[in-house]
Write a protein of this length. Structure first.
Length: 461
């Protein structure tokens, strides 16, 4: 008996082709998952079968079939299919393809342009598609793992229908793996003896990612004993190929949610070492660094706030650095921002103030706006009294007036309760002075209320 090698599968192959590529579905009958879109009678299936496909964006995690689905659509509609990579294609390449698409359209045919990782295109590259999408020269299908609301230009996004693709279920993955073992494109030419539950273990390991599932199966089979067309898989062989580290971090499920919770709570509790540990665990498990950077900006605003306004600057700068540089280099940027935000004095006064104001806004959403703070853009608005009683604060000696800005029902309501943490002590001093100024001017509008110390963000604590 001997171990097989990657050059021996399939038997009639002249060059190695990965199992995931060989098993790529050829039509909707072979496509796994996404039943909410592709089951009989569902919207996307109807559009495909009726050949009424328009520009769209597939948003979902890796390995759920975004590229495959685009290819199936192109095949079903008999359209020309152009595959773009957002990593290697520039505006010059885009325009060349668009000109070709214009010519193809003149012959009565369609062109589907598939852009993988469309979120990696910059604004100028995305804008280059716009006129061709608008006039129908191309059907644009973009694929992204990022929320298109944040990563795709609004003008382009408004011309595309967004379809959300979900991680593959355990059942979907096991069915895909079973087909790979029995299909001639996979290992159908072999007899595979495997331990009970092996496909379930691989599916659980893959965590909703079909490509990972097929790659893992291929590695296991390639490293198993093969003799006379029979492959024998052992439990030890499975354990060698499915690493414990990857099993411990589920990017799409419970572990994902719990680790990010531990990370955020460690930052909130100023525990630098714990925060760094959870950061490393996420990055080592394959978490999207951009997503972590977003959570850092949230922590900077919610848990630090005005105790150190620079925390938000650090977090946003980190976010931009992560987007520009990517892994593995951006890990040090995330670590730097994590340490800084951990060490900042903590205050959630901004978060609490907004939440309280939001509750009132929901109750008093129809309360009239005071006339003094309404803008009179037209003669009719002026005649109705818009702007009547307005006082320009910059003309006042202390740059503040007693003009009413709140609706009548909320006059005197206060949401912001500043702490004395870090630089927020300066905010508190200023806020208390403003409240005192209003109290005194309610009694005597001519009184002067000097402020003993200017507000300073650079005040040393």
């Amino acid at each position: 008996m001997r171990k097989s090698t990657i050059f021996e599968y399939p038997q009639d192959s002249q060059a190695y082709e990965p199992l995931a590529s060989r098993m790529r579905p050829l039509d909707l009958s072979e496509f796994a998952g996404q039943k909410h879109l592709l089951a009989p009678g569902k919207l996307l299936r109807n559009l495909i079968e009726q050949d009424k496909v328009s520009s769209m964006i597939f948003w979902g995690p890796p390995g759920v079939g975004k590229t495959t689905l685009a290819r199936i659509i192109a095949e079903h509609t008999k359209a020309e299919f152009v595959n773009f990579s957002a990593v290697t294609s520039g505006i010059k390449e885009i325009r060349a393809v668009m000109e070709e698409a214009d010519y193809i359209r003149s012959t009565g045919r369609k062109t589907i342009v598939f852009v993988d990782e469309i979120h990696r295109f910059n604004k100028a590259q995305q804008d280059a598609f716009l006129p061709f999408v608008e006039k129908g020269s191309i059907i644009l299908i973009g694929a992204t793992t990022e929320n298109p609301s944040f990563e795709v230009n609004a003008a382009l996004l408004s011309r595309c229908r967004v379809f959300v693709l979900h991680p593959l279920s355990q059942e979907d993955l096991e069915g895909m793996l079973q087909r790979a073992i029995t299909d001639e494109r996979g290992y159908g030419g072999y007899t595979v003896h495997m331990p009970a539950g092996m496909l379930s273990m691989i599916a659980d390991f893959a965590k909703g990612d079909g490509r990972t599932a097929l790659n893992t199966l291929e590695i296991i089979l390639m490293n198993s004993e093969e003799e006379a067309g029979t492959i024998t898989v052992t439990e030890d062989g499975i354990r060698e190929c499915i690493t414990r580290k990857s099993m411990l971090y589920d990017k799409g499920g419970e572990e994902h949610n719990q680790v990010i919770s531990a990370y955020h709570e460690s930052i909130r509790n100023s525990d630098v070492d714990a925060a760094l540990f959870w950061l490393a665990r996420m990055l080592d498990g394959g978490e999207d660094p951009v997503w972590i950077a977003r959570r850092l900006t949230h922590a900077a605003a919610e848990d630090v706030g005005l105790a150190d306004p620079n925390a938000l600057n650090v977090a946003v700068n980190c976010f931009e650095a992560v987007r520009l540089i990517g892994m593995p280099e951006c890990a040090v940027h995330l670590a730097e921002a994590t340490i800084y935000i951990c060490l900042c004095p903590k205050s959630n006064s901004v978060f609490l103030a907004y939440e309280e104001a939001r509750k009132d806004a929901m109750v008093h959403d129809t309360d009239p706006i005071p006339f003094a703070v309404r803008a009179a853009y037209t003669r009719l608005q002026k005649d109705l009294g818009y702007g009547k009683g307005y006082q320009y604060p910059h003309d006042a000696p202390e740059k503040i007036t007693n003009m009413q800005c709140m609706p009548d029902a909320l006059v005197g309501k206060h949401y912001y309760r500043p702490t004395e943490q870090g630089k927020e002590a300066s905010c508190k001093k200023r806020y208390e002075w403003i409240l005192n100024w209003h109290r005194m001017h309610d009694e005597d509008p001519s009184v002067s209320v000097p402020y003993p110390m200017p507000m300073s963000w650079s005040k040393k604590e």
